[in-house]
Design a protein around this ligand. Structure first.
Ligand code: ADP
Ligand code: MG
Length: 339
């Protein structure tokens, strides 16, 4: 069994136990036969092994006590962030999401914030991903440093196509780097997204929205005050337009991927971000994002025609994009005329 296979088997077991969609009975039934296959290491051993590997005095010994089936995965995923001194502790589980768990962590000395959020991907996510062709289309592969891999790297492309262990690993990394580099670009451009601080093999570290008692609820979970709805809707559309101006579409935008805290909204969850220029489904994906926002806000009396709004934003984006291309062309002509 190669390295990746054993990794996936181990986490498959974790998935079976963790997946909230499975009934308790099924989860319990699945637990038994696998017990003998996967002898469990005591926490102390896992922690000390990681500490040994990292060569750190004291080692990574988080305050948060992970569930039995969560601990090896969690410690492995966050170890690199600890080694880089980006986090010093894992304090609490914020939420077990569809594809990832998010943990509240204490930041390292270089980060000026009381808390940070670590989004740690579930292992199964990496085989199924929401990377159905629709989103991946038009995307390049990003390497561990966030740069596009060369199309001419045939070894890499073949490995990904054939889903070899190496190919799967490259695809994981690419997926994670998309989310991370998108967060970076958007944050720099002034979008309402958490500031990203770091990325490791399986986790992204970013601003934590909320406080010690309470992580920010989702927009879908709160009841807005009268008078709040319009400005929040406009702010979300500002973000949608800002992203589109950069050629990016969220791709899974709804009140379930917007945090609400102290009257402000923050967009989260970017792995399926779509390229507006190169993905041939981009227009439909974009309209669905706008549609879902309009649907949510309609209950507060914000009545906007979603497809009309999507149309006008889309047209404006392409007008600007075309104008840019024409300007580039005329600059090229001028330059060649100078020679
Ligand atoms: N930066 C953050 N601060 C506070 N809570 C967060 C943050 N990012 C995510 N969460 C919480 O974790 C959940 C899962 O994160 P998300 O990025 O949406 O992943 P998933 O793919 O699992 O939906 C969110 O619904 C939200 O409740
Ligand atoms: Mg989400």
């Amino acid at each position: 069994m190669n390295h990746i296979d054993s990794y996936e088997n181990e986490y498959e077991r974790y998935e079976t136990l963790f997946d909230p969609k499975r009934s308790d009975r099924r989860a319990r039934r699945a637990r038994k036969p696998q017990k003998t296959r996967m002898p469990k290491k005591p926490t102390e051993q896992v922690v000390s092994e990681i500490a040994d590997a990292a060569g750190l005095e004291g080692g990574f010994n988080p305050t948060y006590t992970p569930a039995r089936y969560e601990e090896g995965w969690l410690l492995n995923s966050l170890e690199a962030l600890y080694d880089q001194q980006l986090i010093t502790d894992v304090v609490a589980l914020v939420k077990g999401g569809k594809e990832a768990n998010v943990y509240r962590c204490a930041p390292g000395p270089a980060i000026n914030a009381p808390w940070v959020a670590a989004k740690v991907y579930r292992p199964r996510m990496f085989r199924q991903l929401r990377n159905d062709k629709r989103y991946r289309q038009g995307r390049v592969i990003l390497t561990a440093d966030g740069r596009p891999a060369k199309e001419t790297d045939h070894r890499l492309m073949r490995a990904i196509g054939k889903k070899t262990a190496f190919g799967v690993e490259v695809a994981h990394k690419s997926w994670l780097m998309y989310e991370y580099t998108t967060l970076q670009r958007l944050h720099e451009a002034g979008a309402a997204v958490p500031q990203p601080y770091g990325v490791s093999g399986n986790a992204i570290l970013m601003d934590y929205i909320g406080d010690e008692q309470l992580a920010a609820p989702l927009l879908s979970e709160v009841r807005l005050e009268r008078g709040e709805a319009w400005p929040l809707f406009e702010e979300l559309i500002r973000n949608v337009e800002l992203m589109l101006g950069m050629g990016l579409i969220h791709g899974d935008l709804s009140a379930y991927n917007v945090l609400y805290w102290e009257g402000a909204v923050t967009l989260i969850d970017f792995p399926q971000v779509t390229d507006a220029r190169t993905n041939s489904d981009a227009r439909a994906i974009f309209e669905r994002d706008v549609q879902r926002l309009c649907e949510y806000f309609a209950r507060y009396g914000v009545r906007r025609n979603a497809s009309g709004l999507a149309n006008s934003l889309w047209d404006r984006f392409w007008r600007v994009a075309e104008a840019d291309v024409l300007a580039d062309l005329s600059r090229l002509e001028d330059d060649s005329g100078d020679e």
